[in-house]
Design a protein around this ligand. Sequence first.
Ligand SMILES: Nc1nc2c(c(=O)[nH]1)N[C@@H](CN(C=O)c1ccc(C(=O)N[C@@H](CCC(=O)O)C(=O)O)cc1)CN2
Length: 292
Amino acid sequence: MTAQIIDGKALAREIEARARKRSEELAQLPGGRRPGLAVVLVGEDPASCVYVRNKTRACERAGVSSREYRLPADTNQEALLKLIGELNADPTVDGILVQLPLPGQIRASAVIEAIDPGKDVDGFHMLSAGALLVGRRDEGFRPCTPAGVMKMLESVGVNPEGLEAVVVGRSNIVGKPQALMLLEDHATVTVAHSRTPNLAEITRRADILVAAAGRARMITGDMVKPGAVVIDVGMNRDEEGKLCGDVDEKSVSEVARALSPVPGGVGPMTIAMLISNTVLAAERHLGQGDTL
Ligand SMILES: Nc1nc2c(c(=O)[nH]1)N[C@@H](CN(C=O)c1ccc(C(=O)N[C@@H](CCC(=O)O)C(=O)O)cc1)CN2
């Protein structure tokens, strides 16, 4: 078997095109405007700079107006919270995104909780997390990476209902919300992590395997059930400095039915879902129903 490669970039472009149509409609409404996203970057971490640039470009493609706030690496928490307060109060800003990771002197949770929950387009605020937990789709925002994974599954015709799903990784921004989204869609979900013994025994049960552990190529073909759909959320550098995921693409593609690549898989989808959440925030601010 050779796995179908799930083209996250193409799917992301489709989502951005739909967002563009909706952005233009919102701009045409009486008293309407384009959705607005504020992107905050503290420091000059090279990877974060790339992601922020890609987010700004995606905004341009989707007709979302974006503003970048670049702060020096030695910015203190108080100064960042002050900026967040100003963005919360700005009626032209629908979404606020603070690029992670933040420098050590700033507590990320304090910053995330300071964002107006109605502008929490990353879906990291406790209110968004709680809304996902209790299944309130009309409140909060879905975190972008796991929401993108759900779209990728849909794109290859996978309905999670009744399937065994295994999520490897338990972070607040990917593993935990991913498990909840799969559960919401009626999968039987197992969350595995760095202290799970006999990992391969568990991953081999999965019809849907989401790898989000942050270890280069740790999921190999012998750990995958034949015919499974495997989504690679990893973003690592190997010994040669080459970008790679948590999945060993070569061996897994011989066993899986479908596989998302790195690069070109979950990464672009994360950005597309951010755009989608920003349009949703604008719809809510302009008193329009959710249409995306
Ligand atoms: N505020 C946030 N911070 C971070 C998030 C997030 O969702 N919100 N997630 C990650 C980084 N991230 C988005 O910010 C992200 C990572 C990777 C990609 C991506 O498109 N990757 C490309 C490869 C890019 C490269 O060449 O390095 C791909 O996979 O094709 C997009 C977004 C942590 N921080």
